[in-house]
Write a protein that binds this ligand. Sequence first.
Ligand code: ZN
Length: 262
Amino acid sequence: MSYQIGFPRKWRTYGFKLDGKTWAANALAANAAERSRDLAKIGKPVDKDDWGMTVPTVNAYYDPQLNGMVFPAGILQPPFYSVDASVAVNMGGMGVVVGHELTHGFDDQGAQYDAVGNLTNWWQPDTEKQFKTRTQCVVDQYSAYPIADGGKVNGANTVGENIADIGGVKLALTGYRALRSSAPDTIVADGFTEDQQFFLGFGQAWCAKVRPELEKLMVASDPHSPAQWRVNGALQATPEFAKVWGCKAGSKMAPAKQCVVW
Ligand SMILES: [Zn+2]
């Protein structure tokens, strides 16, 4: 799996003119230029340095057809990443984002592509069966989460993102512990241990306030779960969370049944 961070190896040039008079004329000119740029790709080898996001975008993505991840410079700032933040907080924020995109390569959709990006079934039948059973566990877990208008999260529509969130926390936690394994002292900040800071960093990265109407619209159309469930859902599937915060077995954040896909 390849990865690109910050900005593309090759900068794009924009060979079209905006007339500067009306918004509509500018939008049409930009659309025409983008369309001809896309059409010009036909018959040519895939350009792996052509990004699907702009550099200042606060987001990241995994492309199954390239088997590659992209992290634009825009996301490399608080609350996801800061040079002044502790390793634990950065790994809870940006570390989980990296783990999330990596896990997309092996979610319900990414798993259908092989290492070079072709839509090929490369699974052993037994493993595939296990994978589907475990995926269904995540569908059921998130389908039970309520939203503000009295409805529920759509566990089937969001399963790929939820697998990526659960896997992202697991990978980032493993990475953070490896990075800090030889640290002489662990840093307690505001009374929180490093392990606790990791989970606080994760929660703060997804802090959001959304009106019930928008939440309802998003549940109908967004492949991501609402922010509250992106955090609590992933952590309910993370046994280390309950250990670090002392949640009793069987309590809300330490449920008896925990989904493990990866
Ligand atoms: Zn995602």
